[in-house]
Ligand binder design. Structure first.
Ligand SMILES: C[S@@+](CC[C@H](N)C(=O)[O-])C[C@H]1O[C@@H](n2cnc3c(N)ncnc32)[C@H](O)[C@@H]1O
Length: 166
């Protein structure tokens, strides 16, 4: 049987993904525990059902959001590198049915979602991939997110503002 959301089994899979990722050479790409908890809280607060993550890496944050989505919720998880996702995937099993991993350039996935008529149907998006494409990701997410939805963007402190062209 699948453990209930928030059960010890579910929590340990998020902690496990974090632990596995910490051993990887690029582990600093993973969001912090605080960031992941904040995003999970936001997803829960707005009662999100459909979420996009642009930049999955090993899926720690993907998993953390999937854990708080309702059983019919979905995370469209976008990355170009399947090897990273393979590291975390064995620990997504509690919520595998909520994670739709799409391995291709994220712009392509976002265009496919728009072409499939999924504009204005998403509740939450997290942009955390190649910085050169941030403007494009943001513009496409604006079209995909519903009114009242949230777009969170990593690396937009004053030190990173050059990523966002005006
Ligand atoms: C900073 S990491 C993501 C970290 C992840 N959000 C987390 O919290 O653990 C950036 C990811 O973006 C992916 N990426 C880079 N360019 C991409 C592209 N054009 N389309 C999709 N993903 C891309 C990389 O493979 C990498 O896994």
């Amino acid at each position: 049987a699948r453990p209930r959301q928030g059960s010890a089994g579910a929590r340990s899979s998020a902690a496990g993904t974090r632990g596995l990722t910490a051993d990887q050479p690029w582990s600093n790409m993973m969001v912090s525990c605080d960031q992941a908890q904040l995003m999970a809280n936001l997803v829960k607060l707005i009662k999100a059902k459909k979420v996009i993550e642009i930049g999955v890496f090993t899926g720690y944050n993907t998993l953390n959001m999937a854990l708080v989505l309702p059983d019919n919720g979905r995370v469209i998880a976008c990355d170009i590198n399947e090897d990273y996702a393979k590291i975390g995937k064995p620990l997504w099993q509690e919520v595998n049915h909520k994670i739709d991993l799409r391995i291709k350039p994220a712009v392509q996935t976002l265009d496919e979602l728009l072409a499939a008529g999924e504009g204005e149907t998403f509740d939450f998006a997290f942009i955390d991939a190649d910085k050169e494409s941030y403007n494009e990701y943001y513009e496409k997410c604006l079209r995909l997110i519903k009114k009242g939805g949230i777009i969170a963007i990593d690396n937009v402190s004053t030190a990173h503002l050059h990523y966002l062209k005006h």
